[in-house]
Design a protein around this ligand. Sequence first.
Ligand SMILES: [Zn+2]
Ligand SMILES: [Zn+2]
Length: 167
Amino acid sequence: MSRAVTSGTLLKAVLRARDWHIYRVFEREYVRAASSIGEDLYAPSPRTLRRWQNGESEVPHGYHMSVLEAMLPGYTAEELFTPFDLLAGDPVPAPTPDRLQDGVCILCALTSCADQMCARLHAGSVWTWCPRCKGRGCRHDDDCIAGRREVYDYTAEDSDSEMRVAA
Ligand SMILES: [Zn+2]
Ligand SMILES: [Zn+2]
């Protein structure tokens, strides 16, 4: 891991994208996730969280890993502790939302769609956390799907301006 090009771990990027890097928010979500998997744990200290985010600590013990995976479904704990360069401005990878939202296909807007084309396009889609709602979900915004936005495959040069327009 090279410190010079790395501003932290993917965990840091994901927590920031969701506004969960604020310690009291992190603590609340951590305890909630812990109880959801039957663990009764106190959240790690602010110092430990900072070390996790900055990639300065060993990968934590198994039970912390399990809680982080319950807290952030769609990521493995190993992924969360890989370096991620926030300074590069790349979209923070978010888990792909379900194609059917309330039973409606997000590609064709048909109820209970079983179209193979929709399934194939959806399987190849790439998502980031919605910068407006930070993953909570926007009302009345068709581009925000369960708190996420699709990242379209623009050329590198255009991606910044297109992302801003989309936001
Ligand atoms: Zn469809
Ligand atoms: Zn949103």
